[in-house]
Design a protein around this ligand. Structure first.
Ligand SMILES: NC(=O)c1ccc[n+]([C@@H]2O[C@H](COP(=O)([O-])OP(=O)(O)OC[C@H]3O[C@@H](n4cnc5c(N)ncnc54)[C@H](OP(=O)(O)O)[C@@H]3O)[C@@H](O)[C@H]2O)c1
Length: 329
């Protein structure tokens, strides 16, 4: 398959008619001209028909049947984490570019397999960390670069959500459940964004849910190559929290709604120095739409895969290490 031609929308097939696809990703596919929903697959045809009636595309019964379609250039995989590797692999081998929801896989070995397959097949593999595509993080980076808080000395980050309904896929061990893979991964990716790709794990703890065989939350301490620590917290059993803060030699800054800002929200960065606290209002931004535009650019061959690949593999390596070194409580 040749790279996508400029000006032609990337025709995306959706695997799995779930919550995130319905509430966020499909609406974004409809409003972003660079992409178009081409087909929607479910295990249940009636569900696919309901999604297609709302957002367009051909309803398809069974994920396999969607991968066989010649009118689909790329897929968006919105399945539980434990199914990402299997279906991303099949999609790449079927010649499709792949946008797979976070986490890309549940282990580093699976991520390595996908990356190698993407390179062999000449297709893009992108993970669905929408937050990376919001301009608020570049604004924070610009504040750091202009010395707003001096030299960064510590990064801290938290993402937690209240308990979900009992049958939620996030509670099912065989589907890749657990807080580390669902919300913890955001905190790790945010640490990579600000501290770079030479982070290592100093220590971690995970809270065990014996009955379900998953973790319900935890903490990790990471350290950058030049000695800046990252304190990460994640939870399935707390009030909602989605933030990071950077403590520097001359002050500190914090950003709330770091991972899930609605497209209409004007984010606020709070900067505190000896002279007082300043609240800086940033522009609203559409992180779902931006991510789809970035995916379309990648499919057109306008983005280099190498640096992205290294970040994804570093990410899953850190997740493996947080899990393998954890003290379980
Ligand atoms: N980037 C973000 O902001 C964000 C936010 C929330 C979630 N996510 C990620 O998106 C993915 C889906 O999350 P979600 O909240 O949309 O989940 P969900 O509502 O439970 O949807 C998952 C879909 O997967 C399909 N599926 C296939 N096998 C299944 C099985 N054995 N059990 C249950 N469902 C199965 C189902 O679609 P069919 O019945 O149609 O086949 C189901 O609707 C996860 O990887 C999650 O981490 C990302």
């Amino acid at each position: 398959m040749a790279p996508q031609a400029t000006g032609t929308p990337l025709r995306i097939g959706v695997l799995g008619c779930g919550d995130i696809a319905w509430r966020h990703t499909l609406p974004a596919m409809v409003r972003v001209p660079d992409v178009a929903p081409a087909a929607v697959a479910s295990r249940d045809l009636a569900k696919a028909e309901r999604f297609a009636a709302e957002y367009g595309g051909v309803p398809v019964e069974g994920y396999e049947n969607l991968l066989a379609r010649a009118d689909v250039d790329a897929v968006y995989i919105a399945l539980p984490a434990g199914l990402h590797h299997e279906w991303a692999l099949r999609a790449l081998k079927a010649g499709k570019h792949v946008l797979v929801e976070k986490p890309v896989t549940t282990t580093l070995a699976e991520a390595e397999d996908l990356v190698a397959t993407a390179e062999k097949c000449g297709r893009w593999l992108m993970d669905g960390f929408m937050f990376l595509h919001h301009s608020q993080h570049a604004a924070v980076r610009a504040l750091l670069d202009e010395g707003a808080i001096g030299e960064p000395r510590m990064f801290s980050c938290a993402f937690g959500i209240p308990p979900r309904p009992a049958g939620d896929v996030r509670y099912q061990a065989d589907l890749g459940g657990g807080a580390l893979l669902d919300v913890g991964v955001y905190t790790v990716r945010a640490a990579q964004l600000f501290l770079g790709d030479d982070l290592s794990v100093v220590g971690s703890m995970l809270q065990r849910d014996e009955e379900r065989g998953i973790d319900l939350g935890g903490n990790a301490l990471l350290c950058s190559g030049d000695g800046v620590p990252a304190e990460l917290s994640f939870s399935f059993r707390s009030g909602y929290r989605s933030m990071y803060a950077i403590w520097g030699s001359k002050g500190r800054l914090s950003l709330h709604r770091a991972f899930t800002p609605p497209a209409t929200l004007r984010p606020m960065v709070r900067v505190t120095r000896q002279s007082g606290t300043e609240e800086i209002s940033l522009a609203a931004d559409d992180q779902f739409g931006n991510m789809l535009r970035a995916f379309a650019r990648a499919a057109r061959g306008e983005t280099e895969f190498g640096p992205y690949r290294d970040t994804v593999l570093h990410h899953m390596g850190l997740i493996d290490e947080i899990r393998s070194r954890a003290r379980w409580v």
